[in-house]
Design a protein around this ligand. Structure first.
Ligand code: ATP
Length: 390
């Protein structure tokens, strides 16, 4: 969709802002450009809508060299969101949002209807906020209007330059979640500039980590965190990259442990025999539709004198997650419920019980996924070497 071919930008004073850059953004992909101040992220972005012209090399949009066409025509296909938003102070929120459709000559009614639809999409009720002026909004709301305005003419490409940089961390996280939800609906091709590695990891399908004027690594967030390509990248993503990686590594079926499974109506003697034969101290308990009910301790069954069913001794278990949730969510759920394990369910198939994740399994999953990225293999195929006998 967007292709950089050996693009260099040298400013008049001799500063090389971008140095022989080649990479490609696929249609519907969100690439975050992350790196320290002055490394060329904004220059990269502004060359796409021709606010800055490259010194050499070329940029293709849908296969066509953008330098050959009309910049105004080009910008109609590209939404642009910046940190200072740049809303017109004397125009209402609705008018601000309808700016581009107006410029494109849409009829007033159609432009306003589209603007209202977009405001709704970014979580601002047009009936409440449409007639307000920008200074009557919070910082986070202004950013939302900025995003709505950029999307108003439905451009295939979005350029976002630190769009959430000026709001406090709580609002920022909310805007990120909303933007992820929005992007899953509109699937734009996005270049997103940020200083913040956490933001880059959270939002990007891939992350481009910039050194001075160059991309040091362009890869999926988990790969950048797990297997940094250079010492520079390792340093930039931080010593706690293992921890950060938890949030972008999903629970897979192969990570799970399989404890014995009992059903609520199983008679006690049979249940006890099962646990004894498997030398287990507890079992997961399912209901008659095979949904998770909770768990039962062998000790509780043993002291019951052999009468009744598992139901009489089973305890509820609320610590569970669907397959595909992140390891960070798993860890956080364990802490929240003070649980030594959590159940993992198949959300796609009526919450069927799949297995349990323990802290040891979680650690293994993380190590295996880092190992997999380092050698370019599937996580399930990675064997761990463990210090044994300790
Ligand atoms: N008009 C200009 N003339 C000369 N040098 C410039 C100009 N614009 C940017 N630069 C320099 O080019 C380099 C890259 O700037 P750029 O704005 O692309 O960095 P950035 O990574 O976006 O930084 P930040 O995160 O601080 O916005 C910097 O050294 C900057 O000082």
């Amino acid at each position: 969709m967007i292709r950089f071919e050996h693009v260099t930008k040298r400013y008049a004073d001799g500063t090389t802002a971008v140095d022989d850059l080649s990479f490609e953004v696929a249609e519907g992909e969100l690439i975050t450009l992350v790196g320290p101040s002055g490394c060329g992220k904004t220059t990269t972005m502004k060359m796409v809508n021709r606010l800055i012209e490259p010194t050499s090399g070329r940029i293709l949009l849908d296969g066509a060299d953008i330098a050959q066409g009309d910049p105004v025509e080009l910008r109609r296909r590209i939404g642009y969101v910046i940190q200072q938003v740049g809303l017109f102070p004397h125009r209402t929120v609705l008018e601000n949002t309808a700016t581009v459709p107006h410029l494109l000559g849409w009829q007033r009614k159609k432009a306003r209807a589209r603007a209202a639809e977009l405001l709704e999409l970014v979580g601002l009720d047009p009936a409440v906020y449409g007639d307000r002026y920008p200074d009557q909004l919070s910082g986070g709301q202004r950013q939302r209007v900025g995003v709505a305005r950029a999307l108003a003419a439905d451009p295939p490409v979005l350029l976002m330059d630190e769009p959430f940089g000026a709001v406090d961390p709580v609002v920022r996280e909310r805007l990120q979640s909303e933007f992820l939800r929005l992007q899953s609906q509109v699937r734009k091709t996005v270049l997103f500039v940020t200083h913040d590695i956490e933001e880059a990891v959270r939002l990007g399908d891939r992350i481009a980590v910039y050194g001075h004027g160059r991309i040091e690594q362009l890869d999926a967030p988990a790969a950048v965190l797990g297997a940094p390509a250079t010492p520079y990248v390792a340093d930039f993503v931080g010593a706690d990259r293992g921890l950060k990686r938890l949030s972008v590594t999903e629970i897979e079926a192969g990570d799970l442990e399989q404890p014995p499974v009992l059903h609520l109506d199983d008679p006690l003697p049979e249940a006890l025999r099962r646990l004894e034969s498997e030398e287990a101290r507890w079992a997961v308990v399912l209901d008659d539709r095979d949904n998770l009910h909770g768990w039962v301790a062998a000790e509780a069954l043993g002291s019951a004198g052999g009468r009744g069913t598992v139901r009489d001794h089973a305890r509820r278990m609320d610590a569970w997650l669907p397959l595909g949730a992140s390891l960070k969510q798993a860890f956080s759920t364990m802490l929240q419920h003070d649980a030594g394990w959590i159940a993992v369910l198949d959300g796609e198939r009526g919450d069927r019980f799949l297995g349990v994740l323990t802290p040891a399994r979680l650690h293994e999953a993380l190590r295996r996924s880092i190992g997999a990225d380092a050698v370019g293999a599937e996580r399930a195929d990675v064997e761990l070497r463990t210090v044994s006998g300790v």
